[in-house]
Write a protein that binds this ligand. Structure first.
Ligand code: PEP
Ligand code: MN
Length: 300
């Protein structure tokens, strides 16, 4: 349920509504909007009676929320979320280009690629320091040294940086260096990691699980927002299908569905979807035509 306050509601009236919500054993989540505050009601066991709130001073309307996900739904927040980081906006009206290597391998590699992608129009730099690898024999990333190189890239190019966090143990370290914290496809349903991300001050770049439905992805984002972090960016990176002509199958239809159902920005990662260079450009074009809010492209 969403309680919409009138645009003249006072803080005392908002507090009084919150108190009624809490008396009914629910959690209240006041959300400042453009010209009015809306209060989300969470954790209700069953339907709540709108009459509980409709008579209270300052209450304009009470809207039932029908979706299982609440905070990330458009029913809860009709206007688009724009995530701002280091002078870059991600969300409606912006086409954000994120680019960089899969893994940070050395200072020279990162600085060279950063210079090139900046010149090509990227405004955010990406690069993994902790890598989730299918094989334990593959390069696992430089760890903290990689994070330090990312900080250097930010310093020298002015681009904010995004990098993956793999577990709770290293979360504090990663958020110290990163402007945006990425949760990868393999961790989309790692609920303790999502809860930790909900406590972070950093925006979270949440990739879709490779076999997750969009509703499961929304629920993962809900864990983060429910924890108090509203700066979530969704990233479609392809899902596992039966085909062999690409590594994964890019789900372009995710863009209109996400944009209808949620106010969160959606970025397309054509690189992990394709897994091969010749498909990256056409998939990028399809994503832009499909109205994504930006691209994350890997550069080797
Ligand atoms: C990555 O961005 O380098 C990565 C590992 O992505 P994904 O989680 O989508 O596989
Ligand atoms: Mn990669």
């Amino acid at each position: 349920m969403l309680i919409v306050m009138s645009n003249t509601a006072t803080q005392a009236q908002i507090d009084a509504v919150v108190a009624v919500v809490e008396r009914n054993a629910c959690k209240a989540r006041p959300m400042p909007g453009g010209d009015r505050v809306a209060i989300g009601v969470l954790h209700n066991k069953g339907p709540l009676d709108a009459a509980l709130f409709l008579g209270l001073a300052g209450v304009k309307d009470v809207i039932p929320v029908t979706r299982p996900y609440k905070l990330v739904s458009r029913e809860f927040k009709p206007e688009d979320t724009i995530v701002s980081v280091g002078g870059v906006n991600i969300g409606n009206g912006h086409m954000t280009m994120i680019a960089g290597p899969c893994a940070i391998e050395s200072e020279e590699q990162a600085m060279t690629i950063a210079g090139l992608v900046k010149e090509a129009g990227a405004t955010i730099f990406r690069g993994g320091a902790f890598k989730p690898r299918t094989s334990p024999y593959s390069f696992q990333g430089l760890g903290e040294e990689g994070l330090q190189i990312l900080a250097q890239v930010r310093e020298e190019t002015g681009m904010p940086v995004v990098t993956e966090v793999m577990d709770e143990q290293t979360f504090g370290l990663v958020e110290e260096y990163a402007d945006i914290v990425q949760i990868g496809t393999r961790n989309m349903q790692n609920y303790s990691l999502l809860k930790r991300a909900g406590k972070s001050e950093r925006p979270v770049f949440l990739k879709r699980g490779m076999a997750a439905t969009i509703d499961e992805w929304f629920m993962a984002a809900e864990y983060i927002t429910e924890g108090g972090n509203h700066n979530v960016i969704l990233c479609e990176r392809g899902v596992r299908t039966f085909v062999h002509h690409s590594r994964n199958t890019l789900d372009i239809s995710a863009i209109p569905y996400v944009r209808n159902e949620s106010h969160l920005p959606i970025i397309i990662d054509p690189s992990h979807a394709a897994g091969r260079r010749d498909q990256v450009l056409p998939l990028s074009r399809a994503a832009v035509a499909g109205n994504a809010h930006g691209l994350m492209v890997e550069v080797i």
